[in-house]
Ligand binder design. Structure first.
Ligand code: HEM
Ligand SMILES: CC(C)=CCC/C(C)=C/CC/C(C)=C/COP(=O)(O)OP(=O)(O)O
Length: 314
């Protein structure tokens, strides 16, 4: 295991704060929150209580930060061996495992308390189960042992959508599970496109990511199937669930066509890393804009504008 090779005495207070911030893998959290927000807006039929929104997004941030911090502690050995992750606070010795664990527990406790007190127990429990699932099922059990690690483990990343719905309604519905399924199905194209680019890194440390074990051809085929199913799933929100309307439908179809196009290009050019990179970057914009589409579609003003347009035409 890796121990400190950077003396903490040499770090300024600001550098210490920065190290703890980096432990939470902060660049991923905004998209997790956007899926939470999309779910909240549909659940609240366009009228979300701003205080509840603030509480839920803060609780979600704390939970995701806790999960990522524990992941950083657990994976510090392999993170040290990979070029991409060597600079992280744990392998570079900027934070000690014990301190990071205390930080992660504090984040988890704050998340649970905030959500339980100001949202509800279901939202709090779901966020907590996200932490447990990500650590036990993904990080501990699957990441180092199965090519399906990110498929099954990806469920953790889809939990924030359930948290959002639960925070608004205190329960879960078909639409909530569908948004969960959309994020779940989107994760393999999102991650495997990236894994195609960095598979040598994962191979070096013996992580059985699909491109490492099964090769590029199998991976791009899997990406292709998951892309098709993801796009199909996004449309179920319009029909048969009727949870979203025409604005969302237009957004989902347009974004979906582009997603399929980019995934098809990768299927045709499996060895081209630029194409894989393009799909990975697009996957992020795709999820962001899709959720934005959910929000805009649910707003009362959107409904008024559509009614006005229909009246004008009729
Ligand atoms: C098990 C599931 C997932 C795995 C294994 C995974 C893995 C990764 C990895 C390795 C990166 C590169 C980050 C880096 O270089 O440090 C990344 C980037 C990213 N992921 Fe995922 N991801 C997963 C699910 C998700 C989910 C559910 C979301 C949000 C809904 C998400 C959002 C992002 C974003 C926004 C980035 C870009 C961060 C940046 O700008 O550097 N990921 N992902
Ligand atoms: C509700 C709740 C708490 C949800 C948390 C879910 C969560 C933290 C999802 C993020 C998934 C993710 C970015 C994995 C990175 O994989 P990795 O750590 O294997 O990547 P690496 O190779 O960069 O270390």
């Amino acid at each position: 295991m890796i121990e400190t090779n950077v003396s903490r005495h040499h770090q300024t207070f600001l550098q210490v704060i920065q190290s703890y911030y980096q432990l939470t893998k902060p660049r991923i959290i905004p998209l997790l929150l956007i899926t939470t927000a999309g779910s909240m807006w549909i659940a609240a039929k366009g009228e979300v209580d701003p205080l509840l929104l603030l509480v839920t997004l803060t609780g979600g941030t704390l939970a995701a930060a806790s999960a990522q911090t524990i992941n950083c502690i657990y994976d510090r050995d392999i993170d040290y061996d990979m070029d991409r992750t060597r600079h992280r606070p744990m392998p570079s010795g900027k934070v000690q495992p014990r301190d990071a664990l205390i930080f992660a527990i504090a984040l988890a406790v704050m998340s649970f308390t905030l959500l339980a007190v100001f949202a509800n127990l279901l939202a709090a429990s779901l966020a907590f189960s996200g932490i447990v699932f990500y650590i036990l099922v993904y990080t501990h059990w699957l990441k180092r042992h199965s090519t399906q690690n990110i498929v099954i483990g990806g469920a953790a990343g889809a939990i924030p959508a359930l948290v959002g719905w639960a925070a608004v309604t205190g329960t879960l519905s078909w639409a909530a599970w569908l948004i969960f399924a959309i994020v779940f199905l989107w994760t393999p194209p999102h991650f495997w496109a990236l894994a195609l680019m960095i598979k040598d890194d994962y191979a070096k440390v013996g992580i059985p990511m699909l491109p490492v074990i099964e090769g590029t051809t199998v991976t791009v085929k899997q990406i292709w199937y998951y892309t098709l199913i993801t796009v199909a799933a996004t449309l179920l929100l319009v029909y048969p669930l009727h949870a979203s309307g025409v604005v969302y439908a237009a957004v989902a179809v347009s974004l979906g066509i582009l997603f399929i196009h980019k995934s098809w290009r990768l299927l045709r050019n499996p060895e081209d890393r630029t194409v894989a990179r393009d799909l990975f970057l697009y996957s992020i914009s795709y999820m962001m804009l899709l959720c934005l589409g959910m929000v805009v579609d649910s707003l009362p003003i959107t409904h008024h504008l559509i009614s006005a347009a229909i009246n004008l035409i009729a």
